[in-house]
Design a protein around this ligand. Structure first.
Ligand SMILES: C[S@@+](CC[C@H](N)C(=O)[O-])C[C@H]1O[C@@H](n2cnc3c(N)ncnc32)[C@H](O)[C@@H]1O
Length: 331
């Protein structure tokens, strides 16, 4: 779970997680083209640009990231292109700009320290701010959801996306509290949750899980991750590399399931299955570089606690046509 909650805006810069591992996984080459689908503060982008005379297409859905990209682009003339958008749309974004194939794609899922630390963005349950959480700064906010969803819908989301055992109690408390006063600020919501759920033995703030659930819903983060994986499948050239860093089990499960299915590991029919049963031959679109995800070293966790739960999965594109464009399904 990406639970870092540092100081006010600007106090703590974003420290890239598993940076060396991601760059080593993509092993950038001179003349190559790479996608950093989650630009953030540009940590991965800069490392890729430093590692080879390559070009990087950086994408971030947050308009603030575009401002940061300008300084980086000035340092690497002609080699960095930034597009504000979603990585789920990366294939279309690139194809529209004349790029039909890339050598590598990096995704660093979740929120940046800048987003969490800026109270005005509403991601933090430690400092008061508008209950917002929209990475794109448009669309439905977290306040819209807690003020309008039914108790049942809230409980289901908090259980599914926050993995909160006390989801029903939290949802009941939210619905009771909003009758008195609709939610507009983060600390109001955090206080209502804390009054309902006691701090557990591991010291994690009881608001953590519900805030995570709301963030995931507001930004459709899991849907975006699925779309991003399929888009990477479309845009990577044969031999191209995909590196995905995730921060909690819900995300890692999606990446793991996708790569397992696309490498043929989950859907390859048994040789005992009669052809008449309709077993469709699967052509793998990815080869998993390793079945087990890579985690941070002790040194990295000591210097950057946010890295604690990070998991990197790496896969190489085969020459088989993308399934996403053929069948449209995840598996
Ligand atoms: C963990 S930070 C990335 C940090 C970056 N690797 C670095 O080293 O600075 C995640 C970033 O991804 C962006 N993001 C999250 N979901 C996205 C999506 N679906 N499409 C594009 N950007 C997204 C967020 O706005 C945030 O800036």
């Amino acid at each position: 779970m990406n639970t870092s909650h540092g100081g006010p805006a600007g106090e703590q810069e974003h420290i890239p997680v598993l940076l060396g591992e991601v760059v080593a996984a993509l092993s950038p080459k001179d003349g190559g083209t790479y996608v950093d689908g989650t630009f953030g503060a540009g940590g991965y982008t800069v490392a890729l640009l430093e590692a080879a005379q390559c070009t990087v297409w950086a994408i971030d859905r947050d308009p603030e990231a575009e401002k940061r990209s300008k300084a980086v682009a000035a340092r690497y003339p002609q080699r960095l292109q930034f597009v504000q958008g979603r990585f789920g749309d990366m294939a279309d974004i690139l194809i529209e700009r004349g790029v039909t194939q890339v050598d590598g794609v990096a995704l660093d899922i979740g929120v940046s320290s800048m987003q969490i630390n800026d109270r005005a963005r509403g991601f933090s349950f430690l400092r008061d701010g508008p209950l917002d959480m929209r990475m794109e700064k448009t669309g439905r906010s977290a306040a819209d959801i807690v003020n309008t969803w039914s108790e049942r819908e809230l409980a289901d989301a908090i259980f599914l996306y926050g993995e909160e055992r006390h989801s029903r109690r939290v949802a009941r408390a939210i619905v009771a509290a909003r009758v008195e006063r609709p939610f507009s600020h983060t600390l109001h919501l955090a206080d209502v949750i804390r009054a309902e759920v006691r701090r557990s033995g591991d010291g994690i703030d009881p608001a953590t899980r519900t805030f995570q659930a709301l963030r995931i819903v507001v930004n459709d983060e899991l849907g975006e991750l699925e779309r991003g994986l399929k888009a990477a499948e479309r845009i990577l050239k044969p031999g191209g590399l995909l590196a995905v860093v995730s921060f909690h089990s819900l995300e890692d499960r999606i990446v793991k399931t996708f790569l397992k299915a696309r490498s043929g590991a989950s859907s390859r029919p048994s040789r005992h299955t009669p052809a008449s049963l309709g077993a469709v031959p699967v052509t793998a679109t990815f080869t998993e570089i390793s079945r087990r995800p890579v985690g941070p070293s002790d040194l990295e966790v000591n210097t950057n606690p946010r890295a604690r739960s990070a998991r990197l999965r790496v896969a190489q594109r085969t020459s088989a046509p993308a399934l996403a464009s053929v069948a449209g399904g995840l598996a």
